[in-house]
Structure formats: C-alpha cells, structure tokens
Design a protein. Structure first.
Length: 387
C-alpha cells in the first residue's frame, strides 16, 4: 500500500532499530525519521536510514517532532518507540502528542509497568490465576519463606539474562545475599522450573492477538541468555496461555513473552514479558511475519489477515559464520530449512561493517594503551613483571 505517512522512531540508538527498519522497508510510500541520543549508532549507516538526527535530550526530540508535525502535509505521523525508554517518552508527553494528532500503539500505562517489573508481574499473575513460577521479593523475610529450591535470583528490571543467578540451597542463597548486600535492592527469588524455554512474540490490539510467532531456543551461550539458534513451531497450550495473558492486560502493540515448559506437571508457565521489540525480530521476518509492518498497519487501521509462519529454524549471523548449515543441522538434530540473518547483512552490509570496525578499533586502542603503559615503566619494573 502507498501512503504519505511519516514514522518517527524516537530511540534509534536501540539495538532493535536496524531490524525494525528492515521490516518497515517492505512498506511503500512511508517516510521514516530516526532520532538517536548516540551520534553514530550502527543503524545510521543502513540503506534504509534516510532521515537521521542526533538529539541531545528529550526537549530537542520533542521540538523536532513538533516541527515535523507542522510540515506533515496530508500524511499521518506515527510514533514507533522501540524499547522502554522510547515508550516512557511517549507516556510523558502524551498530552502534547495527542494535541498534535500523532498516532501510536502502546499498552495502557499500568499494564506497561506491570510488564516492566518482574515482581509486579508475579503479583499480577497470581491475582489473575496465570501459570507462573512461585516468586517472592528478596527482602528481610526471605529466610523464613517456604520457597522450594533450586531458585533463581533476578533483578526486577533487566533483560538478556543479565544478573540472573542460580542457587541449589537456602543456605547458599542466604550466604550470597549477606555477602553481596542485595537485601535492600530490587531483586526477586523465583522457583526454578525444570524443563525448557519457549517464547511467543505478539502484536495485539485491545487485548486481542493480531499476529504471533512461537519459537523454542536450541543453542545458548549460557542458560539464561537468548538462544543463537531458534526453531519456529506451533504449540496450542502456549498460544492459549499467552492469549489469556494479553487479554487480561488489555495489551496494545508488540511484546515478547518468555515462557517455560514445566516437566514435572506438563504445564506452560509464563516467566516474564518484554514490552517492546525483541532480538529475534529478523527471525520472525524470515519465516513470514513482519511485525514492524503489521504494527504500522494496525495503527492506521488497515485490516490484514493473521499471517501464517513457516516452521523453519533461524540462526544468527555470527553463529552461522562459525559453523555451516550442515553442521548446525547435524549438531542440533534439525530437519527442514534453516534461515540466517546473513541474508539481511548482505543486502544492507554497512551497519555490520561499522559495528565490526568499532570492535577492531577498541581492541587496537586497548593494545596501544597497554604498550604505551609498558614503555612508560621504569626498566626495573619491567624486569620485575617478567620474573
């Protein structure tokens, strides 16, 4: 479809920006403005990034949006926040944005805060009888709690498995809490579910799922990090649980739900929600579900049928470069097609090249800094270090 619509991305420094731009590039006639508080994010070098602007603070960003709205012509303006920071910007300035008749699709603010905080989400799940692992705050009462072990300690806010720790016994947990002093910080203790992870990515409107993909991780760098290889599949119980969750949150927009299959009772349990785009977005695109484009269509009220996706596997580019398709399939007992993000890198290579050049630059800078420090040492110090 063709339009004169303008899509504004307020948080282009996000790691999801390139994936979102890749998806939006499939839509004709829209113009994309990408704003960032980082001068040279990787996405700035994308073939799809036509309008880039560095903004120092929220005030500059809001003023730029106002200026665009005054020059919009007959097109609509749609705000496309990519992660929590951009979403909070929209909430903060909602009254002004509404006056400017700028469109977006976000969850109601209470649902957003529930999804953004693991403790609030655990309480919400319990109140609404959603299948969820037993979860308690790490506070002064934890020594007397009846939580079953093993348990996971998690920060109430965070992503990509950062800060998650595993404990087999209460004694080990209490010793760690005492030594690290986290009793007054924002952490939860959550019963560990023996089983495997399964995720669901969704686009919703008024609590109803308009599009989704379900995927299971195959390989991981560590147990709590996202998988580098995923397989797309259909699971009725997962879809049922996620549908109920999104309905009770009355969710609008995109989200990525982490779930886990409980081997002891055969249940699918919700672990947490990421109220934003997600790392495997290109994977969803590769199997036939273009979430950024569909989000745009839902905002401007263009109807579409629920897309069907292919049950293929998807491998990130770095994992693929380290290993051939054949070895990946043999190692993980994969049947059928395997997709990779390498295709998207080939057609839009500069962001990847820039990213890797930054890595090389940092390494060289570190080596030179070390060499200069060695040269500045006294001769006696050098001999002492080598002995």
């Amino acid at each position: 479809m063709k339009s004169n619509d303008i899509i504004i991305i307020p948080d282009g420094e996000s790691g999801f920006a390139l994936s979102v731009l890749t998806g939006l590039s499939k839509t004709e006639g829209i113009e994309i403005y990408l704003f960032s508080n980082v001068k040279f994010p990787n996405v700035r070098f994308s073939r799809y990034c036509k309008n880039f602007c560095f903004v120092e603070n929220e005030g500059f960003l809001l003023n730029h949006i106002i200026a665009i709205s005054r020059e919009r012509g007959d097109g609509r303006i749609i705000l496309f926040p990519l992660q929590e920071k951009g979403t909070l910007f929209v909430y903060k300035h909602k009254e002004k944005l509404d006056q400017l008749k700028i469109f977006t699709s976000l969850p109601i603010i209470d649902s957003f805060y529930i999804a953004s905080d693991k403790l609030l989400f655990a309480k919400f799940s319990k109140q609404n009888n959603l299948p969820h692992p037993y979860t308690i705050p790490v506070d002064k009462n934890i020594a007397n709690s009846n939580i079953s072990f093993p348990v996971l300690i998690k920060p109430t806010q965070g992503s990509n498995g950062q800060g998650i720790m595993f404990f087999n016994t209460k004694m080990n947990l209490l010793e760690f809490i005492a030594s690290e002093g986290i009793i007054n910080k924002r952490y939860i203790a959550q019963q560990y579910i023996k089983g495997f992870d399964i995720d669901c990515s969704v686009l919703c409107k008024d609590g109803k799922i308009l599009a989704y993909t379900i995927q299971q991780g195959i390989t991981k760098k560590s147990e709590f990090m996202p998988s580098s290889t995923i397989k797309f599949l259909f699971d009725q119980e997962t879809l049922k649980v996620v549908s109920e969750l999104m309905h009770k949150l009355n969710w609008n927009g995109v989200a990525h739900i982490d779930l886990r299959y409980d081997e002891e009772n055969g249940e699918i349990k919700v672990i947490e929600i990421n109220p934003r785009f997600w790392a495997s977005l290109l994977g969803s695109l590769s199997v036939g579900v273009n979430f950024p484009q569909l989000l745009y269509l839902s905002i401007v009220n263009v109807p579409f049928t629920e897309p069907k996706y292919k049950f293929n596997c998807y491998v990130d580019s770095l994992s693929f470069l380290k290993c051939s398709f054949k070895k990946i399939k043999e190692r993980n007992n994969i049947e059928g097609k395997v997709k990779t993000s390498l295709f998207y890198i080939i057609i839009d290579p500069l962001p990847f090249v820039f990213s890797k050049s930054k890595t090389v630059y940092r390494c060289l800078k570190s080596i030179l800094k070390k060499d200069i420090a060695d040269l500045q040492m006294e001769p006696g110090q050098k001999v002492k270090q080598k002995s």
